[in-house]
Design a protein around this ligand. Structure first.
Ligand SMILES: [Zn+2]
Length: 320
């Protein structure tokens, strides 16, 4: 049981409570670290994914890393949320951008003074190429274990092929998932606790991650909201995902109900992230706090979803 070995190793470390500075202990992963990546043939990116990346230049645009709050840091490219959470017992990375973003993310992490080998876990928000594309290399370079929603693990393992909506259009290097989590599961890395909230629909295992970050005794609920969008999705009569409507309805309610002080997201436009960052840079120290941000995103996504669903139902009825 690979996981239990890691748990014993980690729990034997001294727990001091999550601190607000990234660390550079120089600690190397023990040779017994069970993380691995399955040997793969070199990844060949099809023209459809090359175009996907070329059409979204912000996904590969450089961005200086910075502190969001306490031990939570932004380390992604400009257009894709990738977050680092630091703690004395090891660090956690959420998402890995597109294929090719790993070098940029690793440089950002190093720029914060963090040793890549101190990253113990890489969490995934969902198994699409713009959030999972860099994970295989990041897992290899850090030795971290990859953790994802159980229903997305097969899609990660097959590198995005046979996606219920996208089929084989947007593949990425296959990712070995060390641990698959279900709704409400807590992950404990010393004093750092992350919770997985299943928010299925966008993918079957789409996951919203929550944790608490403190800065000078000011502790806030951090939420990396799972995507609730339906770009080009077939919402009815989809044999690859018959429960998609029920799943989305669950997820709108789940996200709206979360304690949420600082909403984060895989995509910047979901929660107006950069607008809030700009306000903070102009002197509003609390501008990243948006107590209604998670609810507002869920409501907007629900309205968009319901409009698309109604149209698809009308179209289906008229063509029958
Ligand atoms: Zn997606």
């Amino acid at each position: 049981m690979r996981w239990s070995i890691a748990a014993i190793l980690l729990s034997s470390l001294i727990v001091q409570g999550a601190h607000a500075q990234p660390h550079a202990s120089g600690q190397q992963n023990n040779a017994s670290n069970p993380s691995r990546t399955t040997p793969q043939a070199p990844f060949r990116m099809p023209a459809s994914e090359q175009k996907n990346i070329a059409d979204n230049p912000s996904w590969t645009a450089p961005q200086k890393p910075f502190r969001i709050h306490g031990n939570t840091w932004y380390v992604g490219p400009r257009g894709l949320g990738v977050f680092l959470i630091t703690a004395p017992t090891g660090d956690v990375l959420i998402d890995g951008g597109v294929y090719g973003d790993a070098a940029l993310i690793e440089a950002n992490i190093r720029a914060l003074g963090v040793n890549l080998r101190d990253i113990k876990w890489i969490l995934n928000s969902h198994a699409h190429s713009d959030h999972a594309g860099g994970i295989a290399r990041l897992a290899r370079d850090t030795g971290a274990q990859v953790i994802a929603g159980a229903a997305d693990a097969p899609l990660l393992e097959r590198g995005g092929h046979d996606d219920p909506q996208y089929d084989d259009r947007f593949p990425f290097p296959p990712v070995h998932v060390s641990r698959a989590v279900t709704d409400g599961e807590h992950l404990e890395l010393g004093a750092l606790v992350l919770t997985a909230h299943a928010t299925p629909g966008h993918t079957k295992g789409n996951t919203t991650w929550t944790w608490i970050s403190c800065e000078h005794q000011h502790c806030l609920h951090m939420v990396d909201v799972g995507s609730l969008s339906t770009p080009g999705y077939h919402l009815i009569d989809n044999p690859n995902y018959p429960d998609i409507v029920k799943d989305f309805e669950h997820s709108f309610a789940a996200v709206a109900a979360l304690p949420c002080d600082i909403p984060l997201a895989p995509h910047r436009e979901m929660v107006g992230f950069w607008e809030r960052v700009a306000k903070r840079e102009h002197g509003n120290a609390n501008a990243l706090v948006d107590l209604s941000g998670c609810r507002a995103y869920a409501q907007d996504a629900r309205e968009d979803f319901e409009a698309k669903l109604a149209k698809q139902r009308t179209d289906a009825a008229t063509t029958k």
